[in-house]
Ligand binder design. Structure first.
Ligand code: NAG
Ligand code: NAG
Ligand code: NAG
Length: 164
């Protein structure tokens, strides 16, 4: 199979059947070289964020992406919509957990592109393990986006949080 960029929610796919512990996330946070969101917000996004390795996704090849507060990564524009929709979607996006996230009071959103060899190997193996027709898949770049301890619309440091 062609070598292609892995825009990774690999972890998400690999463990979709079970709850993932924070310790099993791809390394995240400022200490691992992530950026955090530019400003605390509701229904906003960061981007366009330039990619080192362009990302082929359906009919397009994208040079940048948007990290949206409401739990999605998109390619053509930022997404402010807070209610998820069923497929097929109008917008070009990956939606690990599209919901009404609000970071004005609490929670963080971290992101980075990495070519760390150990992480590329880990991601490649996860894809190979799951997609049996892609057993020679090799990731060239990894974009890690982490919604850390985020809460829902109007939430604060006392409301429930989730990580993905
Ligand atoms: C990003 O992290 C820095 C360092 O911890 C912090 O000072 C800043 O407030 C954070 N930005 C947002 C928008 O949370
Ligand atoms: C998606 O596109 C269709 C066709 O243009 C439009 O009718 C619909 O309102 C759009 N949905 C959203 C949520 O933008
Ligand atoms: C949580 O928010 C309350 C009210 O704004 C504040 O007094 C308290 O210090 C906060 N706690 C933490 C751990 O940030």
């Amino acid at each position: 199979m062609a070598r292609t960029l892995l825009l990774a929610f690999a972890l998400f796919f690999n463990h979709a059947y079970a709850m993932i512990q924070l310790k099993d996330f791809y390394p995240y946070g400022l200490k691992n070289g992530d950026r955090n969101q530019t400003r605390r917000n509701d229904d906003q996004f960061d981007g366009p964020l330039k990619l080192k390795v362009p990302y082929p996704f359906f009919s397009g090849v994208y040079q940048s992406l948007y990290v949206n507060t409401n739990g999605a990564v998109s390619f053509k524009k930022g997404i402010r919509q807070y209610t998820p929709e069923a497929f097929p979607l109008n917008d070009t996006m990956l939606t690990p957990f599209w919901a009404d996230v609000d970071t004005r009071n609490w929670g963080q959103i971290y992101f980075r592109e990495t070519q760390d060899p150990a992480l590329l190997l880990r991601a490649s193996k996860e894809i190979q393990d799951i997609f049996l027709t892609h057993m020679d898949f090799t990731a060239r770049s990894l974009y890690i986006t982490t919604w850390y301890d985020v809460t829902y619309y109007g939430g604060n440091n006392a409301t429930s949080v989730y990580d993905f």
